[in-house]
Design a protein around this ligand. Structure first.
Ligand code: ADP
Ligand code: GLC
Length: 485
């Protein structure tokens, strides 16, 4: 019997190319699904880092003209993943990030770059590579949104399609004059196709035309049906809500394991919380903070963007310092926000430490050394940093939204008497509410016995991929059986 096959279509994948949690998920899900007998291939653009990491490769298809130039489809392995790589130098061989140039501006030809991803996915779905004909094509976020569309309009026997929303704020909208370039039938440019408010919408296309829709937490699956979080797509999602499910992400448990982590000062587990202190000491040293062993140390590991609500924290630094607490922040993104935190670190050396940029090792060391991780997001489809925080015993202090609300148990009276709390939630997502939460944290910190109990609860939380893999597996197989019937 041939195995059940999934083509995962995605624009970033850890450890090859990453701008956020999407890469983590795309990198971890294949192995988790593998334990359920699902064979996953990941289709990814041949950015320079991907091409460089690719070892032995085989050309499985040649395109004379893939959206403006010759290209090949390569079959190979990198970063522990089985890949199909689109080697299309005219689209992907350039310095900069997967979506933006070194100048921080979106690549002008993104419509073309990700139309190619969708079109090749559809090709593979329809049997372009005879050795791997998928049962399911799984498209992630707007960059892969055209894959279900191409398959839908192919008008032939095709695999089932699943569209997963990791972040509805990024929708991939392009001018109507890009439509002819896509090579879709003319009637595809309509309300029930890829048209979106007079433009071409890649995420809209996927959400309109895929057989099933998922997002990365049950909480967010509910929120995006409402105008605020739905960001224009709530109408469409309501019409298709019977096809939408929320499947909570897991954490790459091998990559994020405090007992074996080689990136941190001293490995530890729930039974050796005393050892964890060595990581706090090392972290403070690295950030030049006062030794002050009694002080509560907050941490942040984040993109700096409106979504993440860190402006609320920047507005609350006086409160935090007034509590005698300290802060270490690792962040990349918005220049204004970066400037505010860097400025605060300059004014309060010894109390606030800031590192700007992206640094995997420092991210691990903050999780291992901070007492609490602050995640004040305005919206959060799932969130992964609070999951690693749980695993590393850094109690998450989170906004009560999306996946944050689904994964952190607020230590309220009821949770305390039941002995199940794992962190602090605050709501609404405002500066006063965050400041109240900081004060609550300081109150809890005074009770070290309770704190350690909370740490043990946090570290015992199931953040594995297993639960999610089971849900995806069932979804995929049910859909495939339906299509076969
Ligand atoms: P998002 O994808 O919205 O940024 P997630 O919480 O899902 O949020 O995923 C963020 C991922 O990126 C996590 O793996 C986190 O550790 C990592 N990360 C975020 N900011 C940084 C940074 N400045 N340096 C290193 N890793 C970071
Ligand atoms: C997006 C979301 C984040 C989620 C990640 C992986 O980047 O912002 O909440 O955890 O995708 O699904």
């Amino acid at each position: 019997m041939s195995s059940f096959k999934v083509l995962s279509v995605v624009s970033e994948v850890f450890p090859l190319v990453k701008t956020g949690g999407l890469a983590d998920v795309a990198g971890a899900l294949p192995a988790a699904l593998g334990r359920h007998g699902v064979e996953t291939r990941t289709l990814i653009p041949g950015y320079p880092t991907v091409m460089a990491a690719l070892g032995h490769r085989e050309t499985v298809h040649r395109f004379d003209d893939l959206f403006g130039g010759p290209a090949t489809l390569l079959d190979g392995k990198a970063g522990g993943l089985d890949l199909f790589v689109i080697d299309a130098p005219h689209l992907y061989d350039r310095p900069g990030g997967p979506y933006m140039g070194p100048d921080g501006l979106d690549w002008a030809d993104n419509a073309r770059r990700f139309a190619a991803l969708g079109a090749v996915a559809s090709g593979v779905g329809l049997g372009l590579v005879p050795g791997f004909v998928p049962d399911i094509v799984h498209a992630h976020d707007w960059q892969a949104g055209l894959a279900p569309a191409y398959l839908y309009y192919a008008g032939t026997r095709r695999p089932g399609t699943v569209m997963t929303i990791h972040n509805i704020a990024f929708q991939g909208q392009f001018p109507a004059h890009d439509f002819p370039m896509l090579g879709l039938p003319p009637h595809a440019f309509g309300l029930h196709g890829v048209e979106y408010y007079g433009m071409v919408g890649y995420l809209k296309a996927g959400l309109q035309l895929a057989d099933r829709l998922t997002t990365v937490s049950p909480g967010y699956a509910g929120e995006i049906l409402l105008p605020d979080a739905g960001m224009g797509l709530d109408g469409l999602l309501n019409a298709r809500s019977h096809l939408l499910t929320g499947i909570l992400n897991g954490l790459d448990e091998a990559g994020w394991n405090p007992a074996t982590d080689t990136l941190i000062a001293k490995p530890f587990d729930a039974k050796s919380l005393k050892t964890r202190v060595a990581n706090k000491v090392a972290l403070k040293e690295a950030f030049g903070l006062d030794a002050d062993p009694e002080a509560l140390l907050f941490g942040v590991v984040s993109r700096l963007s409106w979504q993440k609500g860190l402006d609320l924290l920047a507005d609350s630094l006086d409160t935090l310092l007034g509590l005698g607490a300290q802060l270490v922040l690792l962040g990349a993104g918005d220049a204004d926000l970066a400037g505010r935190f860097a400025g605060a670190a300059h004014v309060h050396p010894g109390r606030i430490g800031v590192q700007l940029g992206y640094d995997e090792g420092v991210a691990h060391r903050i999780q291992a050394g901070a007492d609490m991780l602050i995640v004040p997001s305005r919206f959060e489809p799932c969130g992964l940093t609070q999951l690693s925080a749980l695993r590393y015993g850094a109690l998450p202090l989170v906004a009560r939204v999306g996946g944050l609300a689904d994964t952190v148990i607020d230590v309220n009276e009821m949770a305390r008497s039941a002995g199940v709390g794992t962190g602090i939630q605050f709501s609404p997502v405002t500066t006063p509410a965050l400041q109240m939460a900081l004060k609550r944290a300081a109150g809890l910190w005074r009770d070290q016995a309770l704190w350690q109990k909370l740490q043990r609860n946090a570290m015992a939380t199931d953040v594995s991929w297993e639960r999610a893999a089971r849900q995806y597996d069932t979804l995929f197989r049910t859909l495939a059986a339906e299509r076969a019937a």
